[in-house]
Design a protein around this ligand. Structure first.
Ligand code: DX5
Ligand code: ZN
Length: 222
């Protein structure tokens, strides 16, 4: 995994009538990953995209594709997303009763394995599988929509997970997702996050995508 702080713009906030151009613009402006939010209308209320959008992204960017699966029963979909070009596959603990096996399957498909949890789910619920992940995604909003407000009470969760990872899996990174902007990014950095998903702060920036990426980059230590 690339070292240092990474910015992963979430295309959920992009203009889908110009998706390819917007991804290219993000890539040229220094995005590190492209974050793709997959929602099934069951686990979360919203319904978004499937493997064919991942494939379309794969065709137009060389950036790693970071696929966040907000779906029930993600196991059955993993091969399709891997085949479509996903580099990171992140599943929710709330949807995976056999999480150890699911993480193994992701790695067997050649992808990096990510685990995530809703704001209301205790960090302890993922403790036993922390040795088996490449990243932990801490949700700082309730999954489902872009443009929500960062929940500051999640910051101690980032710290707790980082401390446990330092013991059992120091290579693994922490990613944060939801309400990240110039104000909230420094708190997440301080707590130990290294990968920053940003939807509205990038694609909804009033001065455009490059200004949005620059605003997050400026909020990171450098
Ligand atoms: C929320 C998604 C996020 C979302 C982030 O369910 O997982 O990736 O797109 O959008 P912002 O940065 O606007 O909160
Ligand atoms: Zn996401």
């Amino acid at each position: 995994m690339k070292e240092g702080y990474l910015i992963a713009p979430s295309i959920l906030s992009a203009d889908f009538s110009r998706l390819g151009a917007q991804i290219k613009e993000a890539e040229q402006a220094g995005a590190d990953w492209i974050h793709i939010d997959v929602m099934d209308g069951h686990f979360v209320p919203n319904l978004t995209m499937g493997p064919f959008i991942v494939k379309a992204c794969e065709n137009i960017t060389s950036l790693p594709l970071d696929v966040h699966l907000m779906v029930e029963k993600p196991e059955s979909l993993l091969p399709d997303f891997a085949q479509a070009g996903a580099d990171v596959l992140t599943v929710h603990i709330e949807t995976c009763p056999h999480i150890h096996r699911t993480l193994q399957s992701i790695r067997e498909l050649g992808c990096q394995a990510g685990i995530t949890l809703n704001p209301g789910t205790p960090a302890g619920s993922i403790e036993e599988v922390l040795p088996f992940v490449d990243l932990v995604l801490i949700m700082t909003v309730n999954p489902g929509y872009s443009g929500q407000t960062f929940i500051p009470e999640m910051v101690p969760k980032i710290t707790w997970v980082r401390n446990v990872l330092d013991e059992v899996n120091p290579e693994a990174k922490i990613e944060v997702d939801g309400g990240l902007n110039v104000q909230t990014t420094p708190e997440a950095v301080e707590a130990g996050a290294e990968i920053f998903v940003a939807g509205s702060a990038v694609f909804g920036h009033p001065e455009g995508i490059p200004a949005g990426i620059a605003s997050i980059r400026d909020a990171l230590p450098h």
